[in-house]
Design a binder for this molecule. Structure first.
Ligand SMILES: Nc1nc2c(ncn2[C@@H]2O[C@H](COP(=O)(O)OP(=O)(O)OP(=O)(O)O)[C@@H](O)[C@H]2O)c(=O)[nH]1
Ligand SMILES: [Mg+2]
Length: 382
C-alpha cells in the first residue's frame, strides 16, 4: 500500500535543505556532525543537499520547532533554491509539521521520516517489507492530515487540495485495518522464525551488532561462507542472515548479521524489527562491531548501547570488535582502546587482519558462557 510515501519515485533527485537546532546544552560542533550524518541519510534516500541551517535556540518552539520567524526565512531559502524538501534532524510533532507546511512550500520531513524512507527502499524480504510498512503506517497515522494532502497532490496532479475530512476518516480507518493485518502477518512470520530457532538451540550463538556501515556484513562474510551484500552506505542490509562459523579445535558457532543501528533510531522501527532482532536477543554473546576509522565512533558506541538497552540486552555478554584498523594511520588510538576496553579485539574485516585472534576470543567466550555441543555441519540462512 504505502510503499514509500515521502519521496516520490522519480529519476530526478530531489533538492533538500537540512535544519538542525543547537540547544544550550549542545555544542554547535555536535549539531554540525549530526547534520553530516543527516546529509548521508538524505543522499541515501535520493536527495541532494543544497543547503543546511543550524539555529541556536534556548528551547524548541512548540508550534514551529524553529520559531515562526526562522520558518519564514527558511521558506525564502527554499524558494531561492527551488528545494523540494526540508529535512529536520529531530522528530517533529504532527502539529509542527502542519504549521511548517503552512509557511514553507516544500515537503517537511523529520529524521524518523527519512530513516523510514530508506528502510522502505532497502527492504528486500517479505519480512523486512512487512516490518517497514508497519513502522511507516504507525508513524503516518497521527500525521495523516498534511502528508496525505501531499500524497494526493503527487498522485492527483494540479489543483488537488487534498481529501476532505470524510475521506481522511476513511483513510485513517483503512490504515488501522492495514496495521492490524500487517501485525498478524508478522506474528505468523515470527512463528516460522521460532521454529527455525529451536533447531539452533544446541548451537553457541553469536549475533553481530553495531552501528550502520561499521562492517558487520563484511565480518560475517569473512568468518563464514556467506555472501551478504556489503556497501559503503547506510543500512545496506536489513535482514538477519545466519551462518555457521568455524573456530579453533573444530569448534563452530552460529553467527548472525543484524540490522544496523543509528543515533535516534525511530522507536517504531525498533519495535517493528523486534522479530529480526530476536536473533540478537536470543544470542549467547554479542559481537559489537565498531568502525574505529570514523571520527565519531565513540558516539556510535553509545548509540548502539542505547538500542541494546531498549531491547533489554545491554547486560548480555558482549565482545567489542574494533574494525577497519587498516584505515588508521596512527597506532596511538589502538593502544588507548586496548587499555580502555580490555578484552576487545582489533580487526580489519576487509583485509582479514586480527580474525584469528577474534576466532580464539570467540572460542574462549564459548567456553566461558556455556559451551554447547557444536557438531555436524549445517548451513542456514535467515
Ligand atoms: N577499509 C575497510 N573497510 C571496511 C572494513 N570492513 C568493512 N568495510 C567497508 O565498510 C563498508 C560497510 O561495510 P558493511 O559490511 O556493508 O557494513 P554493515 O555494518 O553491514 O552496514 P549496514 O548493513 O549498512 O548497517 C563497505 O564498503 C565495506 O567494504 C575494513 O575492515 N576496512
Ligand atoms: Mg550490513
Amino acid at each position: 500500500m504505502v510503499e514509500r510515501f515521502f519521496i516520490p519515485d522519480r529519476q530526478v533527485r530531489e533538492r533538500a535543505v537540512l535544519i538542525g537546532v543547537a540547544l544550550p546544552a549542545q555544542s554547535k560542533w555536535h549539531v554540525e556532525e549530526m547534520l553530516d550524518e543527516l546529509a548521508l541519510l538524505a543522499n541515501t534516500a535520493g536527495a541532494d543537499v543544497v543547503d543546511r541551517v543550524v539555529q541556536e535556540r534556548s528551547r524548541i518552539d512548540p508550534a514551529f520547532f524553529i520559531g515562526q520567524g526562522k520558518a519564514e526565512s527558511v521558506a525564502k531559502l527554499v524558494k531561492s533554491y527551488e528545494a523540494d524538501l526540508v529535512i529536520f534532524d529531530e522528530d517533529l510533532s504532527p502539529a509542527q509539521v502542519k504549521n511548517l507546511e503552512r509557511v514553507i512550500d516544500a515537503k517537511i520531513i523529520d529524521r524518523s521520516g527519512i530513516i523510514l524512507d530508506i528502510f522502505a527502499r532497502r527492504a528486500r524480504t517479505r519480512e523486512a517489507k512487512t516490518q517497514v510498512e508497519l513502522a511507516q503506517l504507525r508513524y503516518l497515522l497521527p500525521r495523516l492530515t498534511r502528508q496525505w494532502t501531499h500524497l494526493s497532490r503527487q498522485q492527483g496532479g494540479i489543483g488537488m487540495r487534498g481529501p476532505g475530512e470524510t475521506q481522511l476518516e476513511v483513510d485513517r480507518r483503512r490504515i488501522r485495518e492495514r496495521i492490524a493485518k500487517l501485525s498478524r502477518m508478522l506474528k505468523k512470520i515470527d512463528v516460522g522464525r521460532k521454529v527455525r530457532r529451536v533447531g539452533r538451540r544446541d548451537f553457541f550463538r553469536v549475533a553481530i551488532v553495531g552501528y550502520t556501515n561499521s562492517g558487520k556484513s563484511t565480518l560475517l562474510n569473512a568468518l563464514t561462507r556467506a555472501e551478504v551484500f556489503t556497501e559503503d552506505q547506510l543500512f545496506a542490509t536489513l535482514d538477519a542472515t545466519t551462518r555457521l562459523a568455524r573456530l579453533e579445535d573444530g569448534g563452530k558457532v552460529l553467527l548472525t548479521d543484524t540490522v544496523g543501528f543509528l543515533r535516534k533510531l525511530p522507536h517504531h522501527l525498533v519495535a517493528s524489527f523486534k522479530g529480526t532482532l530476536e536473533e540478537a536477543i536470543e544470542a549467547d554473546v554479542l559481537l559489537h562491531v565498531v568502525d574505529v576509522s570514523h571520527p565519531n565512533f565513540e558516539d556510535h558506541m553509545v548509540a548502539v548501547r542505547e538500542v541494546l538497552d531498549e531491547l533489554n540486552i545491554l547486560e548480555k555478554p558482549s565482545l567489542l570488535v574494533f574494525n577497519k584498523i587498516d584505515c588508521l594511520n596512527e597506532t596511538a588510538l589502538l593502544g588507548r582502546l586496548k587499555e580502555e576496553y580490555p578484552g576487545s579485539v582489533a580487526i580489519s574485516a576487509l583485509k582479514g587482519d586480527g580474525l584469528d585472534t577474534l576466532r580464539i576470543t570467540m572460542h574462549s567466550y564459548a567456553q566461558r558462557f556455556g559451551v554447547k555441543a557444536i557438531q555436524g555441519s549445517m548451513k542456514e540462512s535467515n
